[in-house]
Design a protein around this ligand. Structure first.
Ligand code: SAM
Length: 337
């Protein structure tokens, strides 16, 4: 982590400086839509890389008491808050480790490595991904949340303006610039109509969200189409899309239509995003990467999730994930008709 990134998170621990902030269930709630029925992660070792103040990590530990969780972060202040948060919720299956990817070596391997909102802040996202892969078991899964360059275009321009008008050594001054420009990050742009958790952000949490959004010195939004190159050559065997986060909500990508007829959650199929039969037909003929491009260009997501793994990892996932494969290695273009 560059010292400027470290300074930002020491000043503005993400997502909340309060240990009694509501937990963020966004990964805990999603795992039943990823993993096969009945998988309660019994005996799993799960890594949360860049766990911040622990909102996602503690929510996972509470939901999956039979698994063990390790949170890693480079920010000591965030880890102190995460520790108190875990104590407050009475979870005992969490260990917290201070360290910086990719320098840190945990000397252990994990069944699942979760990494939300972190890789795009690394000077080399590829080095961070390689580090995650090195810490994965032979059947392990990687679960990533990344900024999507399509929906983040406007914010990146606002961020550039804020940084142009702010001294890089003074993050608190940056907050004044943000306010003077009338900017305020809206979580609705990420599909969260009210806060991350259904509870409105406190003033301190809004400051943290704005500092993360506009003052972070390192941000590299990506696209689904960047994933094959980001993952190329790593000792993994598959790569798949999971969700898109956009101003209209959070959609579960279902390229192969395995969930057609299931109205219990919001599934996104590219053909459903077009009214005209000719356009629907045309988008059906595309390969998976182009079908994901159609989703991105239509919904303009600000964030997206991908899963990757090797060994039996894909068999642990529901068929929807196998229907969302992206090109990887020498295999044929998935989904091409
Ligand atoms: C935007 S926050 C995300 C926190 C958490 N994953 C979440 O989604 O709520 C990014 C976190 O990554 C941490 N971080 C950034 N670079 C890191 C690195 N190289 N190694 C470890 N942690 C890092 C920061 O300290 C910060 O807590």
């Amino acid at each position: 982590m560059t010292s400027a990134v470290a300074q930002l998170y020491e000043t503005f621990p993400f997502p909340s400086p309060a240990e009694d902030a509501p937990l963020m269930d966004m990964v805990a709630d999603q795992l039943p839509f990823v993993l096969r029925d009945g998988d309660d992660l019994d005996g799993w070792e799960v890594l949360d890389a860049g766990c911040g103040t622990g909102s996602i990590l503690v929510a996972l530990a509470r939901r999956y008491p039979k698994a063990r969780f390790t949170g890693v972060d480079a920010c000591r202040r965030s880890l102190d808050i995460a520790r108190r948060c875990a104590e407050r919720h009475g979870v005992t299956n969490v260990e917290l480790v201070h360290g910086t990817m990719p320098e840190l070596s945990l000397q252990r391997r994990f069944d699942m490595a979760v990494c939300c909102g972190v890789l795009h802040h690394l000077p080399s996202p590829r080095a961070g991904l390689q580090w995650l892969t090195e810490h994965l078991t032979d059947d392990g899964l990687i679960y990533l949340w990344l900024y999507d360059a399509v929906g983040e275009h406007g914010r990146m321009l606002d961020r550039e303006l804020v940084q142009l008008l702010t001294s890089p050594d003074n993050p608190e001054g940056g907050l004044t610039t943000i306010r003077d420009l009338g900017l305020e990050l809206s979580l609705a742009d990420y599909g969260f109509p009210v806060g991350w958790t259904g509870t409105a952000l406190t003033t301190a949490e809004q400051d943290v969200a704005d500092a993360d959004a506009y003052l972070n010195p390192v941000v590299l939004p990506m696209r689904f189409a960047d994933m094959p190159e980001l993952f190329a050559g790593l000792p993994l065997t598959w790569l798949a899309a999971d969700r898109v986060f956009h101003p209209g909500g959070i959609g579960l990508v279902d390229l192969a239509g395995t969930e057609a007829g299931n109205g219990g959650a919001v599934f996104v199929r590219p053909e459903d995003l077009f009214d005209r039969p000719g356009l629907r037909e045309r988008v059906r003929e595309l390969g998976n990467l182009d079908r994901l491009r159609a989703i991105e260009l239509r919904l303009r997501p600000t964030g997206f999730e991908v899963l990757a793994g090797r060994g039996a990892g894909l068999d642990r996932c529901l068929p929807r994930i196998a229907g969302n494969l992206l090109p990887y290695g020498d295999g044929p273009e998935p989904g091409a008709r």
